[in-house]
Design a protein around this ligand. Structure first.
Ligand code: ZN
Length: 114
């Protein structure tokens, strides 16, 4: 059986090199957030999980979702001006004011209190 190479869903971010940060948006325009064990969608862009397009294999993930659930999620490139600090535990974005450095990781207020 011939295996077809999945067509990249978001060509706009494909031509960019190495570290492209993206948000994943569903058909309702909600952002994917949460952790690998508990995904959820949120209306709040600031709570959206930030993915590394290449490292997190976003193109493959979107293809999987499309095949498995017949639903289309898209990757939206994060504006560099939007990205401040990233929580090392949950990937949430925060301004430098909220970032807490544990000595090893940058944590958001939520993860800091856990
Ligand atoms: Zn966090």
């Amino acid at each position: 059986m011939e295996k077809k190479t999945p067509r990249p869903i978001v060509s706009a971010v494909m031509d960019d090199s190495s570290s492209v940060k993206v948000l994943i948006v569903n058909e309702e325009g909600q952002y994917l957030s949460g952790t690998a064990t508990h995904w959820e969608f949120t209306e709040e862009r600031c709570r959206a999980r930030v993915f590394d397009y290449a490292q997190d294999h976003v193109a493959d993930q979107l293809q999987l979702v499309r095949n498995a659930y017949r639903t289309v999620w898209i990757a939206v490139k994060l504006d560099p001006h939007e990205a401040y600090e990233f929580c090392d535990r949950c990937g949430a974005r925060m301004t430098a004011t909220y970032a807490w450095f544990s000595g090893k990781f940058f944590l958001c207020p939520g993860c800091r209190t856990q």
